[in-house]
Design a protein around this ligand. Structure first.
Ligand code: PGA
Length: 250
């Protein structure tokens, strides 16, 4: 069986505006169609409609950065999975460390959000990762396994439909990157945990995220259990994002 294509996902966080978004997509150029990797951009919710139009003729798919844990109802400010679906959203990041930290999202809440996404056919990109204190205390494995276990428990056999992103919190936006060996070690742990939950979980892409750049991507992506990247800062400029897609296409 040929190796599945790498999956490279940009996470724009709270960046972008109407004209910068249009310039970004124009900057991706025709080259993007010649790449042999899968790509997506997770943009702020208010730009989904614009980006749906801009990316309509592009192989780059659309993603959201969060999804409500509720199906519908009196939840001011929330956006449901079904609403995201209306804009051809293919992926939704769930449980990013910034949501866990700044919005007090628990493992249990993240697990429900994953259910909501899966119920409408959106692929959740489930983020797990340890803080620096946890790493230094030797708790890395225990933390990521606990975070993933909550999602596995709530989602049973559907677990083969998710994407997982290992994002060490200490590497996000800091310029510090996990070494390829550190990343591989945790990815292997996550892979084993997924396979123990479902025999179909070999198809789950496990992405690395945390200061991935065009300079370090090739070494990270060369690891046997690194199936792609979740990229923040380096996904904000079209030439950088293109370089990352090229690194994943080798
Ligand atoms: P970074 O962000 O690439 O800027 O470190 C990654 C992420 O938070 O998804």
């Amino acid at each position: 069986m040929s190796k599945p294509l790498k999956l490279m996902v940009g996470n724009w966080k709270m960046h972008g505006d109407l004209s910068a978004n249009a310039a970004f997509v124009a900057g991706l150029t025709a080259e993007v169609s010649e790449l042999s990797c899968r790509a997506a951009l997770c943009v702020p919710t208010v730009y989904l409609a614009q980006m749906q139009d801009l990316l309509a003729a592009s192989p780059v798919e659309l993603g959201a950065q969060d999804v409500s844990a509720h199906e519908a109802g009196a939840y001011t400010g929330e956006v449901s999975a079904q609403m995201l679906r209306d804009f051809s959203v293919r992926y939704a990041i769930v449980g990013h460390s910034e949501r866990r930290l700044f919005h007090a999202e628990t493992d249990a809440l993240v697990a429900v959000k994953v259910q909501r996404a899966l119920a409408v056919g959106i692929t959740p990109i489930v983020c797990v990762g340890e803080s620096l204190t946890e790493r230094e205390a030797g708790q890395t494995e225990a933390v990521v396994k606990r975070q993933l276990a909550a999602v596995i428990q709530a989602n049973g056999h559907c677990i083969s439909e998710i994407v997982v992103a290992y994002e060490p919190v200490w590497a996000i936006g800091t310029g510090l990157t996990a070494s390829p060996e550190q990343a591989q070690q945790v990815h292997a742990v996550l892979r084993t945990q997924l396979l123990a939950a479902s025999s179909h979980a070999d198809r789950v892409a496990v992405l690395y995220g945390g200061s991935m750049t065009p300079h370090n991507a090739a070494d990270l992506l060369a690891q046997p259990d690194v199936d792609g990247g979740l990229i923040g800062g380096a996904s904000l400029k079209a030439p950088d994002f293109l370089s990352l897609l090229k690194a994943a296409s080798r």
